[in-house]
Design a protein around this ligand. Structure first.
Ligand SMILES: [Mn+2]
Length: 90
């Protein structure tokens, strides 16, 4: 079993996949910790989040995800947006 830590993917889903392929990552035998900042800056933030959600649900023993400040800002934004919608502000 190997353990990998990666952070600051920042929407660069292609580079993240290149990294996983380079080490021949196996989610059933290797551990992976994603240390936050999966989103923003790069073009594929949603794909990174979808990958993280899928794998952490499918392999809860080996895939671990920590929110970074960019995920925290996203949550603030979504909460503010929902609050504005509740108050009728478009
Ligand atoms: Mn960062």
């Amino acid at each position: 079993m190997r353990t990998f830590f990666v952070s600051d993917i920042h929407g660069n889903f292609a580079a993240f996949n290149t990294l996983l392929n380079y080490v021949k990552f196996s989610p059933s035998t290797d551990h992976l910790v994603i240390g936050g900042d999966m989103i923003n800056r790069g073009p594929k933030s949603a794909q990174v989040l979808q990958w993280a959600r899928y794998y952490m649900e499918k392999y809860p023993e080996t895939i671990h995800v920590i929110a970074g400040n960019h995920e925290e800002m996203m949550v603030w934004f979504v909460n503010d947006f929902l609050e504005m919608r509740r108050n009728g502000i478009r």
